[in-house]
Design a protein around this ligand. Structure first.
Ligand code: FNR
Length: 344
């Protein structure tokens, strides 16, 4: 039994799972600024089941690599006790999929917990019976979580959206609690609601009062959480144990710091350093930086960034080509050393 004494879900702030945003550079940056726990972007369980676990000695990471050589998930020692792997379950499986080893089996020793996303309203998720489609099928939720809790030695958590009434939401979370999950994150919006709609703190509060596992409040980025001090206000307003931030952190990750907020230019630079160091996918890096630029995306820097196609070009837009070059040389030197040490 792997006992993870470091990870707690009480009184923490978490970087929310975000597709394209929540890769290693953003997670490390959020940890630097003071996030206690960081979720990766959601990944489909079946895809993970097809991955190989590769120790990357050059980058000093552990990579989960798909059959087409794409790195689906990259992690490193520094975040081991803090990173939560979020998966979505694909319902429409072929027999071949069913015969695969479960997607989480290869992850257990590299992440602190596994989270199941039951709240994604996007069509690609709900069509396949994943994400928010599960919210209307509590039997299925129960079955998935029970199986996962029994099948892994690390904590299991789940993330949901609220249901149309407080009563239904509370009743669902009570069922979820009974499956043995360690915590539940509640995004205080209905699956039909868009991110610009106000968050329903009262629903989260009712849930937090009804269960004894930690509840992580989510959905406050737009109007409630703008600064570090607002995090505590949002926690109080929802009566939850903890707070999870998506957009506020994506726009400026220094929201996690009680010394912050730092100017976004500085945050972008720190992000880019990690993106270079960990060879982050260039389009992914560009996407994140564009999100951070927000309304400045049409500025001269924004335009240069949008035109960039490679990591080198992105770095050039930020005047960081020298650092890019040095990092490439350092990594190449490491590659050469490793290669010569393995040659007979
Ligand atoms: C998300 N969200 C999301 N949720 C999830 O469970 N898994 C995911 O992979 C994603 N992906 C994602 C990408 C991006 C770019 C955004 C903005 C959001 C939803 C997110 O975790 C959160 O629930 C909502 O954004 C509400 O929280 P905030 O933004 O108000 O803090």
């Amino acid at each position: 039994f792997i006992c993870n004494s470091v990870l707690s879900f009480r009184n923490i702030t978490a970087l929310a799972p975000m597709v394209r945003v929540g890769t290693l550079p953003m997670r490390l940056l959020a940890l630097d600024y003071g996030a206690d726990v960081v979720y990766c972007e959601e990944l489909i369980d079946i895809k993970m089941a097809q991955c190989h676990r590769v120790v990357n000695d050059v980058l000093e990471t552990v990579d989960f690599v798909a059959p087409d050589d794409r790195v689906m998930f990259r992690t490193c020692e520094r975040e081991k006790d803090r990173v939560i792997f979020q998966m979505v379950r694909q319902r429409n499986r072929s027999q071949r999929d069913e015969n695969l080893k479960p997607g989480w089996a290869i992850l257990e020793k590299d992440v602190a917990a596994i989270d199941v996303n039951m709240g994604c309203p996007k069509e690609y998720s709900t069509k396949g019976g994943m994400g928010a489609a599960l919210l209307s099928d509590p039997d299925k939720i129960e079955a998935i979580l029970k199986k996962l809790v029994a099948g892994v030695s690390i904590p299991v958590t789940c993330k949901i959206r609220i249901l149309p009434t407080v009563e239904e939401t509370v009743s669902l979370v009570r069922r979820i609690e009974k499956t043995g999950v360690t915590a539940v994150a509640v995004h205080g919006r209905l699956k039909e609601e868009r991110p610009r709609h106000p968050v329903h703190c009262d629903y989260i509060q009712a849930v937090a009062q009804a269960v004894s596992i930690p509840v992580i409040a989510n959905g406050g980025s737009l109007d409630l959480v703008k600064t570090n001090a607002d995090i505590e206000e949002f926690r109080k307003a929802t009566g939850a144990s903890s707070v999870m931030l998506a957009r506020a952190a994506m726009w400026n990750a220094s929201v996690f710091s009680n010394q912050g907020p730092l100017p976004v230019e500085r945050v972008m630079e720190e992000y880019l350093k990690y993106a270079i160091q960990y060879d982050n996918n260039a389009f992914n890096t560009k996407y994140c930086l564009c999100q951070m630029l927000r309304d400045k995306v049409e500025s001269p820097l924004g335009k240069q960034l949008q035109a960039a196609q490679t990591s080198a070009e992105i770095c050039k837009a930020y005047g960081m080509q020298e650092l890019f070059q040095q990092t490439q040389e350092r990594l190449q030197a490491r590659r050469d050393t490793l290669q010569s040490s393995t040659e007979p």
